[in-house]
Design a protein around this ligand. Structure first.
Ligand code: PLP
Ligand code: COI
Length: 346
């Protein structure tokens, strides 16, 4: 067998953002106060006690990152150290034992290596999505943290998160909140996503692509969507991104802020953004690992349409430059800042 994996026979350009069972996943078990050595397994199923903390009280956190095939045929991950750190913070937030950062990085490498045949080819527009997650596996019936946990990583090849790829999205301002003030919004915990499902179903039933959630305390400020942070561009080409304690600190957003400042020479401001001012912006985008940067063409606030000048046909010029530079860095066409790209030895 050659060292380079024979790719799976998939229609890579059209795989969508769906789950496919791949060959191997990683599992490590926390018991008696320590993590075991961990291993890869072929079994995609998880068998749990009926009273496991995840099933009863939703004690679970997760991460999302991608592996890419680059222009020169290497396989790389993008800033996995930041996922390891954020997962550590989420673990502390949900009273779980953090999985050590170095072990997280090695486990990601192992999963990518063992599933190299599932890494979409360079130029297909698809990537290998990695889902690290940790949950309470020990039984708890009184409300308290569990004594036992599993840390796992599976992967699945994915295309664009939103159907239609780079076509501008239409959002609605949600009447629901996804997170509480001083709550868990800044942790990547499954419970936040459960909170957003009713809003998601309503938005889709009403013909929208996503929700714009507002700050839960005053409902005057823009927070994020169910799975991505916002970036706005002013008419003077300044990038503005909402600051809030109850949104997820997006790694893509933090990377784009750096790209905007250091690659594109743009001014960037992170500050609270009022819903009332968004009509003044020239461009709007959603950013995240799954979303990459997806342009927003229109936001509907209870019947009132806010249309960005970038329109409903294509990305605005600044969002497009940010997109090209970021994806160029991830796929090896643009030189990356030190430490952003982790090459996987095959
Ligand atoms: N906000 C939410 C609620 C998310 O689920 C995600 C996805 O991870 C993001 C923002 C974007 O974060 P990142 O860029 O780290 O993927
Ligand atoms: C990600 O972008 O990795 C996420 O976790 C968002 C989710 C909605 C798919």
């Amino acid at each position: 067998m050659s060292t380079k994996a024979e790719k799976k026979d998939l229609d890579w350009q059209n795989i969508g953002f769906t789950y496919r069972v791949t060959d191997k996943r990683y599992v490590s078990v926390y018991k008696d106060g320590k993590w075991d050595e961990g291993q890869l397994t072929s079994d995609p199923n998880v068998v749990l006690n009926e009273c496991a903390g995840i099933l009863q009280y939703c004690q679970e956190i997760f991460e999302g990152l991608k592996a890419y095939e680059t222009e020169d045929g290497s396989i790389v991950t993008f800033r996995p150290d930041l996922n390891a750190e954020r997962m550590g913070n989420s673990a502390v937030g949900l009273v779980m034992p953090p999985f050590p950062k170095e072990r997280f990085l090695e486990a990601v490498d192992q999963v990518v290596r063992a599933n190299a045949a599932w890494v979409p080819p360079y130029g297909s527009g698809a990537s290998l999505y990695l889902r690290p997650y940790m949950f309470a596996s020990g039984p708890v019936i009184g409300v308290k943290p569990s004594d036992e946990y599993q840390f796992r990583i599976f992967c699945t090849p994915v295309g664009p998160y939103f159907k239609g790829g780079a076509k501008p999205l239409t959002l609605c301002v949600s009447d629901y909140d996804r997170a509480a003030p001083h709550g868990t919004g800044h942790f990547k915990a499954g419970l936040n996503y459960a909170m957003s499902l009713q809003a998601y179903v309503k938005a889709h039933a009403d013909g929208f692509d996503e929700n714009m959630f507002l700050d839960p305390a005053s409902r005057n400020f823009v927070e994020e969507t169910g799975g991505a942070n916002f970036l706005f561009v002013t008419k003077d080409n300044e990038v503005v991104t909402p600051k809030s304690d109850s949104i997820l600190p997006s790694i893509t957003r933090r990377s784009l802020v750096y790209v905007a400042e250091h690659y594109l020479g743009l001014k960037v401001t992170e500050r609270p953004v009022r819903l009332a001012e968004i009509a003044d912006f020239a461009e709007c985008g959603l950013c995240g690992t799954a979303a990459v940067i997806s342009p927003v063409g229109k936001v509907v606030d209870h019947g009132k349409e806010i249309c960005f000048p970038s329109g409903m046909e294509k990305m605005g010029p600044v969002i497009q430059k940010l997109y090209d530079t970021l994806t160029g860095i991830q796929q090896g066409r643009v030189e990356a800042p030190a430490g952003w790209i982790r090459k996987i030895s095959l």
